[in-house]
Ligand binder design. Structure first.
Ligand SMILES: [Ca+2]
Ligand SMILES: [Ca+2]
Ligand SMILES: [Ca+2]
Length: 401
C-alpha cells in the first residue's frame, strides 16, 4: 500500500531539535535535494534513510510504501574503564587456555567484523591484524573495487558516512583487541583468534549512540565483503523514547541478520548489562531478543570465578552461552591497554573463538552447535543460558564437529 509520507514527516519534525531521521520503505523515488544517509535493500525491501528537516521541507509529494522513524541504538552503559596499572593481567587468557589452542586453527582466513565505535587501526597490536580490502586504492576518492563504498580500505564508517572507521572512543578498539590483538608482553593480553582479520564497521558515534540504519547498513556491508563473524556489543530497547522501535525497524534489523546468515556469517550479540532475564522482561531488546535466527549467538558475561557477572543479562531461551566479561584486558586507542567489563567484552571473546572454529573447517551450523554443546554444565548457569554454561575453547575446538 502506498501512502503519502509528507504528513508523517512533518509531525516527526514538530517540537524537536534532536537529530532525527526518517526511513522510507520502497519509495517510488527519492526526493530531489533530500539528504540521503543510507540507501540499501534488505529482505527484498529498499530502505532510504533521510535527514528529516531537509526531507520534510522538500518532499510534499513523495509516495512511499511506508515511512518510519529511525531508531537510536546504544552501547551498554555500565562498563568501567580501568587504567593500565589497575591490574595488568589478562586473566581470561589463562582461564580460556589460549596457550593450549591450535596454532593452526587460529582464525586465519576468517574476517571478524566489529560493529562498534570504530577501531584504532594504528594500534601496534592491531595494525597488522586489520582486514584490508585489496581491491581498494586508499584516498583517491574512487570506489576502485566497485562495492559501493569509496576508499573503504579497513572497513567503513556508517555513523559519519566516511571511509575512515577510526575509533575516537575506546569501546570498539577494546572489542577488536579481544578478538585479534597481538600479544602484550607485560600482561600476556592477546586476542582469542590471533590469526583472524578485523573489519572495522563504525556504527556508534561519539555519545555512544548511533542509528539503527547505520547498523543495518553496516551488517549488509560486512556480509557483502566477506566477514564470516560479526561481533555486536550494542542494542536497542523497546522502551526507549523517543526512538521506540517500530515493527518496521525490528523487521529491517531481523532481515539484515538473516541476510548475514545467508552469506554464511555468524552474528554474535551481547546479552546486555541490565541484570535482566530477557526471556521474561517486558522491555524487549534487540538484537539479543530475536527468535528464529539460526545464525544468532547471544552471549552473557561470566566473572573470574565462573559465576554470572553482577550486571549480565541472561535468559535460557534467548542467551546461548557465557564467556568471560569482567576486567577484560585489551587494546584501547593510543597504543594502550586497559580493563573493561561488560557483555560487550564477552561477545568479541566468543567471536574470536568461533573464528577459530571456522578456520578449523567447521561449517557455520557446526560452529554454532559445537560452542553450545561443549560449554560447561553448571547449576549456576543452567537456568540462565541455553547451553547451561561458559564456553570451553579447547573442548570446542577439539570436538570434531
Ligand atoms: Ca570500495
Ligand atoms: Ca579508492
Ligand atoms: Ca570517520
Amino acid at each position: 500500500m502506498k501512502i503519502l509520507l509528507s504528513v508523517l514527516a512533518l509531525v516527526m519534525v514538530a517540537g524537536t531539535a534532536q537529530a532525527e531521521r526518517m526511513v522510507m520503505k520502497n519509495p517510488e523515488r527519492v526526493p530531489a535535494g533530500a539528504k540521503v544517509i543510507h540507501d540499501f535493500t534488505i529482505g527484498g525491501n529498499r530502505y532510504v534513510a533521510v535527514d528529516v528537516p531537509s526531507f520534510s521541507a522538500l518532499a510534499m509529494d513523495v509516495t512511499t510504501e511506508g515511512g518510519f522513524q529511525d531508531v537510536q541504538i546504544e552501547l551498554p552503559v555500565t562498563e568501567e574503564v580501568g587504567s593500565d596499572s589497575d591490574s595488568a593481567t589478562a586473566w581470561h587468557v589463562e582461564a580460556m587456555k589460549y596457550s593450549e589452542l591450535s596454532s593452526q586453527a587460529d582464525g586465519r582466513g576468517i574476517t571478524v567484523a566489529i560493529l562498534d565505535t570504530g577501531v584504532d587501526y594504528t594500534h601496534s597490536a592491531l595494525k597488522n591484524r586489520m582486514w584490508v580490502n585489496n581491491g581498494e586504492i586508499p584516498n583517491n576518492g574512487i570506489d576502485d573495487d566497485g562495492n559501493g563504498f569509496i576508499d573503504d580500505v579497513n572497513g567503513f564508517d556508517f555513523e559519519s558516512d566516511d571511509s575512515d572507521p577510526m575509533d575516537n572512543q575506546a569501546h570498539g578498539t577494546h572489542c577488536a583487541g579481544t578478538v585479534a590483538a597481538e600479544v602484550d608482553a607485560a600482561s600476556l593480553g592477546q586476542g582469542s583468534a590471533p590469526g583472524a582479520k578485523i573489519m572495522a564497521v563504525r556504527i556508534i558515534g561519539n555519545e555512544r549512540k548511533g542509528f539503527l540504519t547505520d547498523a543495518v547498513a553496516g551488517i549488509k556491508y560486512a556480509a557483502d565483503n566477506g566477514a564470516k563473524i560479526m561481533s555486536n556489543s550494542w542494542r536497542v530497547y523497546k522502551s526507549w523514547t523517543p526512538f521506540d522501535p517500530s515493527e518496521e525497524n525490528v523487521k529491517m534489523l531481523k532481515d539484515a541478520i538473516a541476510y548475514a546468515g545467508e552469506k554464511g556469517a555468524i552474528f554474535l550479540a551481547a546479552a546486555g548489562n541490565e541484570t535482566r532475564n530477557i526471556d521474561t522482561h517486558s522491555d524487549l531488546m534487540y538484537p539479543g531478543g530475536f527468535e528464529g535466527l539460526s545464525n544468532l549467538v547471544v552471549v552473557a558475561a561470566s566473572d573470574k570465578s565462573g559465576a554470572p557477572a553482577s550486571f549480565t543479562n541472561y535468559g535460557k531461551q534467548h542467551v546461548m552461552i557465557a564467556a568471560p566479561g569482567v576486567n577484560i584486558y585489551s587494546t584501547v586507542p593510543g597504543n594502550r591497554w586497559s580493563n573493561m567489563s561488560g557483555t560487550s567484552m564477552a561477545t568479541p571473546l566468543a567471536a574470536g573463538i568461533m573464528a577459530r572454529a571456522l578456520s578449523a573447517g567447521m561449517s557455520m551450523d557446526q560452529a554454532i552447535a559445537g560452542i553450545r554443546d561443549t560449554s560447561t554444565r553448571t547449576d549456576i548457569w543452567a537456568e540462565k543460558v541455553s547451553s547451561q554454561g561458559i564456553i570451553q575453547p579447547w573442548e570446542y575446538l577439539s570436538s570434531g564437529h
